[in-house]
Each structure stands twice: as structure tokens, then as C-alpha cells.
Design a protein. Sequence first.
Length: 431
Amino acid sequence: MWKKTHDIKQIDQSMDGKEVTINGWVHALRVKGKIAFLVVRDATGTLQVTSLKNKNEEAFSKIKDLTRESCVSITGTLKTHPEAPRGIELTPEEVTVLNEAQAPLPFDPFAEFIDTNKDTRFDWRILDLRKPEHLAYHQLRSIVIFSVFKYMAEEGFTYWSTPKVLGAASEGGAEVFNVDWFGKPAFLAMSPQLHKQAIAANTGTKFFEFTPYFRAEKSRTRRHLAEFSGFDVEVPFATDKDVWPIMEGIVKTAVDVLRSNEELLNVLNIEVPEVKTPFKRLSYDECVNLLNENNIEMEWGEDFSTEQEASLWQLVNEPFFIYQFPKAVGKFYVREVDGDPNKCHAFDLIFKHELSSGGWREHRYDHLLKNIQQKGLNPKSFESYLSFFKYGAAPHAGFGMGIERLMATLLNASDVKEVVAFPRTVDRLTP
Ligand code: AMO
């Protein structure tokens, strides 16, 4: 029987003499005359299998011909050995090749001194993800997602699912993917924005969804994907200030759970510094002044460029909110600041870069219609959305936080593509 009795991580020197079955991949193989040293790797670690021809000819002959990265099951007896990498090795009795890997491999995920280019790695992501350092990003991402779900449940949120194929572009922008919906034009959701507002404002429940977002953005940067995922939140009877603690709570939950996973952080050879909450709150005006005082040019009324954002991060040097953006920068669904028609209640959370953004929404039908017209959007396309606000929709506020941005920021990854299994970008639609 080829089914494992143990994960490799569970095997230690105290198990001398025990019979076990391990399942994994051929990590390395060295054959010296009548002895073969095979290293088997599973998702938890590696173990040396030492095969002597004289002892078990059948096992030896199967092992000596194995190709790297073939999938194998080995049953044998554990034996402590001072020279084995973990002080213990396996003497094979039964070797089952579950699936032979073709040779040569299209690239070597474990090559030590070769810096394989990213495109090749992502072309062969099935091999790339076998590398513990690359896998660790995804294991930690999973841990963070589960922890945030738990946190949101404790905070009294209701988990909702919203449609991903829409009749209107959810962010009102041009960066939308078109799809054919039974012969009618439709769009992939750029975010759950419109429906999350509909739900929070009309049901009075605190909305939470972990969702894919589709953006036809032609940005070739280390921070942009064309399909990404994120935590999306909308709170009824709330203003901007009321949702900031939830954003802080998500970041803190993520940081704390990462810090408690030392073993995986060690695989990545990184530390995750603690974060202090509450985060600083700076108005847009204060940020523009701060830049100008430090001789970085910034005109009032623009959005922050990547460089300006990076400079702000250096100057503030801890996570901070920017609130009350110019109305021209905010989206149509954000509420104008009372008494100041040039400003709106949009906000960003900056943690190295923009990590999350949101707003206190416009829930009054006539104001919303005016916003849509002011942005040059066609009210006809938003008829269905506008109807959400005709029958006593409550005031509300919320935000979206991309998981890839969050993980790349906290784990110091060089690119958001590292923390998504199969990145989708302007240049990549496979594998
Ligand atoms: P926004 O467009 O700022 O706001 O997106 C929300 C968050 O999603 C992440 N993000 C991205 N991650 C990877 N690749 C991209 N191309 C990308 N674009 C955005 C960021 C960002 O902060 N509906 C609003 C949110 C709201 O107001 O509730 C929205 O989508 O983390």
C-alpha cells in the first residue's frame, strides 16, 4: 500500500527501528556503485533514503533509475545514522513510483546558484511551488485568510457572496473586462462595490466577502495583477472613522498570526515586525504639506504617484491613513465633505504603499446621481445601482484590502505575483 503513515516532518531520531511509509518527490539522487542515496521531499521536509543493492535488489534497481521530481512512495525501516542529514535515514523495502517525471525538467526549481528568470518560474509554476521558500508564501497566505475570517466573525460580520458578472462596470472605470452574457454585453466585477453597498445599506448587516477582483489594467508593475483577491467590507450606519479600526484589526490579526508561525518565517528567512494600533491619521492636506515641506513637489488636487506615496512612507515611517481626498480623485460612490464640495470622504491605508482604500459612501439618491453625472458617467448604466438607494438605504462606509498587497507587504516579497498561485497579468493568461 502506497499511502503515507507519516509526514516527513514527524520523523525523528526517536523512531529508530520503526516501519514507515512516506510519500513525496525525488529531491536528489546520488548512486555510487552498489549504494544509492535518495532524498525524498514532501510538503513538510526531506528525508534521506539509503538503498543498498545487496540488501534489497528490487528496491535498489527502482531507486537508481528514478528521475528528479518523480512522485514516489517508499516503505522502509528507520535507522539512526550519525552521517544522515537529520541523524536518521530510511532503509527501503518497497518502492512505488506513483508518477515518473519526464527528464530533463523544463527548469530546476532547486538550482542553487542560478537566478531563474521570473517568467520561466511562472511558466512552470507547478515545479516552482514545490520549492519550500515559494510554498511558504502560500501556506502563510492561507493562515492569514483563515485568521481574518475568524476575526471578522468575532466582530459580528456576515459573510456574503456577490455576483462576479455584472451589467455595469463596478468601479465606473474603463479598466473592465467585457464578457458575453447570453449575447448581451456584460463585465467582470472590478470589485463587489455596488452589491456590498446594496447589502449593507438595505439589510443593516455588516458585510464581509473574500473575493476575486478583475481589472483590465495594463500596469506592468510589482504591485498590479489583472486578477487579484481581497477582503471587502461594508458597515451600515457608519462613517469613515468607524471602519478604520476594522482595517487596523485585519492588519494586526495578520501580523500577529504571521509572527506566531516562526517555522514558516524561518523558511523565508524573514521577520515580521509588530504593528502598533491605532495607525496615524493624516488628512490629504497634511500629506501634501508634508511632501512640500520636504521639497517633494505635489500639487493639491492630484492623486499621489507611486513615488510620492513611497516618500510619504519614508517620512511617516509607520502605517497611516490618508483621509479626505480631493473630490476629483475619489470615486463616484464616495460622499462629499459637508461644506467643502472640493473634498470627499475617500481614504487610503498606506503600509509601504497603498494597502487598502475605502470611503464613507453617498447614500442619498439625488447626491449620488449628481456624483455620477459629475464624473462623466452615464446614469443609464447605473440605473440598477441607483435603485438601491431609493427606498431608505442607510448611511454606510467600507473598504477593500487586496490579499496580495497585504501578504507582499508583510512578507517583504519582491512582487505581488509571488503570493498568488497562478498570476494573471496583462502578459500572462497561463498556466
Ligand atoms: P481599489 O481600486 O483601491 O478600491 O482596490 C482595493 C484594494 O485592492 C488592491 N488592489 C490591487 N491589488 C493587486 N493588483 C491590482 N491591480 C490592484 N488594484 C487594487 C489594493 C487596493 O487598496 N471598491 C474600492 C474599495 C472600497 O472603496 O471599498 C476598490 O476597489 O489593496
